[in-house]
Design a protein around this ligand. Structure first.
Ligand SMILES: NC(=O)c1ccc[n+]([C@@H]2O[C@H](COP(=O)([O-])OP(=O)(O)OC[C@H]3O[C@@H](n4cnc5c(N)ncnc54)[C@H](OP(=O)(O)O)[C@@H]3O)[C@@H](O)[C@H]2O)c1
Length: 302
């Protein structure tokens, strides 16, 4: 599979990233996930980059992933591991969910992730969500400390706005290489809110979370039932035209943007993951891109 450099880092990632948020789940066929087998098959299909976070399964997803690292001693060196921190979940002793990007929280969160993963370093650490009360000087100190100790190689953000990224960059010694955001046919804000433009301008690699969202049939306020049906119909029409599956069209649609979006897919079914990977072979036409946009918006562009 094609590999591309992530942002200003020296790391080459497969264009498709595997998201490990559902490793402790049952899939849409209600089967318990065989995580070790899944991770192996995903890797053998050409994916070398795995996305995690301290909160996935309240830490369980990292522990599950660590078994694959333990079962194969050379695996760690062959893959890229991204971790995230900054969300504090409710638990028995805490009745409020909140965000925390303080020095202490960032450093402790990374140490917790490394211990659950049983590895010495993360390739990338992303700030999961912007803490309303973030102090950029503390974040800068935390990044410097994690870099110096070798616990994190490179840094990035997730769900940050353009102004939050610009502000943070003023304070950091480390560069931001990655910006992970929701991009799918339910949520196209990034095409117009300036974030993809900023990624191009600052050499930050955008990563799209929940890229398949429209296929799982869960509607939201951004997509009416009629828009949803028209999009799905068009995906099937185009999949016949290109001789691939609708998943491949959906991802080809994301891959088309010049900022070089890296989709982070979270399916737990290897057959679906392979359909997604086949998107890399689709030579997708601009006209078809706009046709999907038109079906999605229910109106042609002005
Ligand atoms: N930074 C952030 O704030 C953030 C937020 C959310 C997620 N993420 C990252 O992004 C990754 C991907 O997120 P995601 O799992 O929501 O993305 P996704 O790949 O868009 O969706 C996967 C889910 O949709 C289901 N699905 C896909 N196609 C389907 C179909 N045709 N019919 C029925 N179900 C279908 C999958 O079921 P099967 O498993 O059965 O295929 C799975 O539950 C996560 O693992 C995580 O790493 C980041």
């Amino acid at each position: 599979m094609d590999q591309l450099k992530l942002g200003k880092s020296k790391v080459y990632s497969s264009r498709i990233i595997y998201g490990c948020m559902r490793l402790n789940d049952r899939n849409s066929s209600h089967e318990k996930v065989n995580a070790d087998r899944l991770i192996k098959e995903v890797y053998n299909s050409g994916v070398n980059h795995f996305d995690l976070a301290d909160i996935y399964g309240t830490g369980e997803c990292e522990s599950i992933f660590s078994k694959s690292l333990k079962n194969n001693s050379s695996f760690r060196d062959k893959i890229i591991l991204t971790g995230k921190c900054g969300i504090v979940l409710k638990n028995q002793n805490r009745d409020t969910k909140y965000y925390d990007l303080s020095f202490d929280h960032i450093v402790k969160s990374v140490e917790g992730s490394l211990s659950r993963l049983r590895t010495d370093y993360l390739d990338f650490l992303l700030l999961h969500r912007p803490d309303y009360l973030l102090d950029p000087e503390e974040i800068s100190r935390a990044f410097d400390s994690l870099k110096e100790s070798g616990k994190v190689r490179y840094f990035g953000v997730s769900n940050f706005s353009v102004s939050q990224i610009l502000m943070l960059e003023k304070y950091l010694n480390e560069s931001l290489n990655v910006c992970q955001i929701e991009i799918n046919l339910k949520n196209l804000e990034s095409y117009t809110n300036g974030i993809l433009d900023l990624c191009l301008q600052h050499n930050i690699s955008p990563q799209a979370w929940s890229p398949l969202a429209v296929l799982n049939n869960v509607l939201n306020k951004n997509l009416s039932e009629i828009q949803y049906k028209n999009v799905i119909k068009e995906l099937y029409i185009q999949s016949k035209k290109y001789g691939c599956d609708p998943e491949a069209i959906l991802l080809a649609w994301l891959l088309k943007h010049p900022s070089k979006i890296f989709p982070v897919i979270g399916s737990t079914q290897i057959s679906r993951i392979k359909k997604c990977i086949s998107s890399l072979k689709v030579e997708y036409l601009k006209e078809d891109w706009y046709r999907i946009l038109e079906k999605r918006n229910g109106i042609e562009v002005p």
